[in-house]
Design a protein around this ligand. Structure first.
Ligand code: TA6
Length: 297
């Protein structure tokens, strides 16, 4: 399978399909600047984004599964058509545990690299979610940016609702020296306090305990400062209403078997999504969104 994918989608010095962890196929896009991204076909899961210096910007747990039936712990899990346990489906829906089809790889005129993946319903998904759909997931890598685009198509004769989140795990040097800015004055749902709604009063969100908040109707841009490393990453969403900010801290980290007890110190999740207000998609209509990650180097 890897050889067939490489023959069809490989681009010399730019796109390479290889056997990843546990032999799962993954695509590696290597930009001429030195930046790179890795995407497993399992879940169309971005597991690595490196800047032009080759520094890893995303977090992957050393204890992560790499098995067809389980989500990868880190990178960008695609939460669709449900977020969390907010419905009858498995936690965060089924898109992140399905094998996606690689549709195309391309080197654009400005040397940016793009790959596109597709997922549609199957007997398993229809059994738990009786809707026909096609998802198109686009990964675009440039010198300083990684842009994720998702298009949802309702290929059925009835409307359906969905939630979505790009559940992105950022690597940080020390969670106690991390600041997230851009959400001052935004309403958030505190999932650790019976979903009470509060207003974010702080200019900088910092971490000293478990944090699990859905910022609703939020501004489109946030900035992550990894102060211990002097690294800044800007994240901008398009046509998505919410952000989730999450760190499991000590007790929850210990309860997560695919996550090291100490790993909470080296990661933070900033997730762009449509959560508080699910999207309703009419028959044969489509909807799209994007999220761009920008690194200074
Ligand atoms: O995004 C925050 C969250 O909903 C947390 O409540 C936590 O459950 C996290 O997602 C990870 O979920 P997972 O199913 O990947 O373990």
């Amino acid at each position: 399978m890897i050889d067939r994918l490489q023959a069809e989608f490989g681009i010399p010095d730019c796109a390479h399909i290889t056997s990843g962890n546990n032999g799962l196929p993954k695509l590696v896009l290597s930009h001429r600047s030195g930046s790179a991204v890795e995407v497993y076909l399992h879940g169309a899961h971005v597991t690595s984004w490196k800047n032009s210096k080759g520094e890893e910007l995303f977090f992957i747990s050393r204890s992560s599964h790499f098995e067809p039936s389980k989500p990868i712990r880190g990178g960008i899990p695609i939460c669709w058509p449900q977020f969390g346990g907010q419905g009858p489906l498995p936690q965060h829906g089924f898109a992140r545990t399905r094998s996606w089809r690689l549709l195309r790889t391309e080197k654009l005129g400005d040397d940016a690299l793009v790959a596109e993946f597709e997922l549609s319903e199957n007997a398993d998904s229809l059994a738990m979610w009786p809707n026909r759909f096609t998802l198109r997931y686009q990964v675009l890598l440039d010198t300083h940016t990684l842009t994720i685009g998702l298009r949802v198509m309702n290929t059925d004769d009835d409307s359906f609702d969905f939630q979505l989140a790009l559940h992105t795990y950022f690597q940080v040097a020390d969670i106690t020296r991390v600041a997230i800015t851009g959400l001052t004055g935004t309403t958030y749902v505190d999932t650790l306090r019976e979903n009470v709604r509060e207003t974010e009063e702080r200019n900088s969100i910092r971490f000293d305990s478990e944090t699990d908040r859905i910022y609703v109707g939020a501004p489109d841009a946030v900035v992550l400062a990894d102060e211990a490393r002097g690294r800044v990453i800007r994240v901008e969403k398009k046509n998505l209403t919410d952000w989730v900010v999450w760190n499991p801290w000590i007790a929850k980290a210990q309860r997560m078997q695919d996550f090291g007890d100490e790993e909470y110190q080296r990661m933070v999740c900033i997730e762009s999504g449509a959560i508080a207000s699910p999207v309703t998609l009419a028959p044969h209509e489509s909807w799209e969104c994007a999220t761009t990650f920008a690194s200074e180097t």
